[in-house]
Design a protein around this ligand. Structure first.
Ligand SMILES: C[S@@+](CC[C@H](N)C(=O)[O-])C[C@H]1O[C@@H](n2cnc3c(N)ncnc32)[C@H](O)[C@@H]1O
Length: 411
């Protein structure tokens, strides 16, 4: 595994300035100016583009990083020019990108007020159809030291498609599940990039994998090709490959092209890859599943009535206040870890019933005075593709909460 730039094997060095991806077919980095190298990419070959272009905000301002005051300047490539220059720059690369997209392809562009309004104008002039403007709200923004403005805590991401007429891919159901079972909105609360995604080195404006995870899942399918003309450390490529998509990135700085390659090489280690994949999928809004044991007799009745129940509290604390309960979308019934079946809840949340009320319905309910009752549709079992071992738990009969993606592959 390659860990440092100077440990790159000779053949990588040799190909570096030609095509970094020669050894990994699903990950190609072209080093150079995207205004030139975009021309080499075949027309109508790309399913989606994510572009994180210069925001042109390196103007000597200050911010805070790890508790220390730092200059916000990112590099020469991010220094502002005249409004005319910023317009021409954005118009040119957006013009070059459009023919690369397939007819149903889409493009995502991130920015702040420094560049995003110009990008919007160019998209409209060039014939793209704007679909959404996502507000990425950072859950942990650094403080604003000047105290002269509201604190900057958001970035905007425009989503547009190539064609005015041809419809685009949108994995609506997947987004709904990532959003606790309800329609996902255009405000995304995602933390800024973490140290766990900088193990191979740092890029000054690296995007979080969790952001690219959502973008890629929303607009592409397995096997699709994703292009990033301002690849930086290739967060787009890493997320794409973790999700079984192909990646082409263009990056002008050799130090960042090297970093991209090191990040990709790190995925060759299966354990590191799995760790990164799991971290990337961590999502505070994902729908959850209540896994609930029911005795055979009670389960038969539950299937007739479309309701299940669990103790509202016990000596170890109450399940009702466990994290994830507020996002329950499903119930998984099992009997001593056997015969799991999954159902969607028909009512959000739960009701509190007395043991007596449950016994009147015919249930056993004999261990506690109060129970949480959940309603589901027994006629519509939900298929799941992942094998889960419900015997692994010490107390198989104690209800617990799983993530939706523990049962169903999100791809
Ligand atoms: C905002 S950063 C992208 C960061 C990236 N999203 C990541 O997660 O690492 C923009 C990158 O574009 C590169 N860049 C700027 N102008 C370029 C150009 N004309 N052609 C290719 N790359 C360029 C810069 O070197 C920088 O690494």
């Amino acid at each position: 595994m390659i860990t440092k730039n100077d440990e790159l094997p000779l053949e990588w060095e040799h190909f570096k300035h030609v095509d970094y991806g020669c050894k990994i077919p699903d990950f190609r980095i072209l080093q150079g100016d995207c205004m030139e190298r975009l021309k080499e990419i075949e027309d109508n070959s790309v399913d989606a583009i994510f572009a994180d272009p210069p925001y042109f905000l390196s103007n000597g301002g200050i911010s805070v990083q790890s508790g220390k005051q730092v200059c916000v300047d990112k590099g020469e490539w991010d220094k502002g020019g005249t409004p005319e220059y910023i317009y021409k720059f954005n118009r040119r690369w957006l013009e070059l990108c459009r023919p690369k997209l397939k007819e149903n392809g889409t493009i995502w562009i991130s920015g702040t007020h420094h560049n995003i309004h110009v990008v919007m104008r160019c998209l409209q002039e060039l014939g793209y159809k704007v679909l959404n403007t996502i507000t990425w709200q950072k859950t942990d923004p650094p403080p604003n030291l000047s105290c002269k403005y509201f604190n900057f805590s958001t970035e905007l991401i425009i989503w547009a498609r190539k064609s005015q007429k041809v419809t685009h891919k949108f994995n609506y159901e997947t987004m709904k599940q990532l959003n606790g079972g309800t329609q996902m909105t255009d405000v995304w609360r995602i933390p800024a990039v973490g140290s766990w995604e900088k193990l191979q080195g740092k890029h000054p404006t690296q995007k979080p994998l969790r952001l690219l995870y959502r973008i890629i899942l929303a607009s592409t399918n397995e096997g699709d090709t994703i292009l990033d003309p301002f690849a930086g450390s290739s967060t787009t490529g890493i997320a794409a490959n973790l999700l079984e998509r192909k990646f082409i990135g263009i990056e002008q700085e050799s130090q960042f092209a090297d970093l991209s390659l090191r990040r990709r090489q790190a995925l060759e280690d299966a354990q590191a890859r799995d760790r990164l994949y799991d971290k990337m999928r961590e999502n505070a809004q994902e729908a959850t599943i209540l896994v609930n044991h029911m005795r055979e007799k009670d389960r038969e009745l539950a299937m007739q009535l479309g309701m299940t129940y669990l103790r509202a509290g016990d000596s170890k604390g109450s399940l009702l206040v466990k994290q994830g309960f507020e996002r329950l979308g499903y119930i998984c019934l099992h009997t001593n870890g056997d015969h799991p079946q999954l159902f969607g809840l028909t009512k959000k949340g739960f009701q509190i019933w007395t043991a007596e009320a449950l016994r009147e319905k015919g249930f056993t309910a004999e261990n506690a005075p109060y129970y949480a009752v959940l309603h589901f549709d027994p006629a519509r079992p939900v298929l799941f593709d992942k094998k889960i071992n419900l015997h692994m738990r010490k107390y198989t009969q104690v209800a617990h909460i799983h993530r939706y993606s523990d049962f169903i592959t999100i791809k």
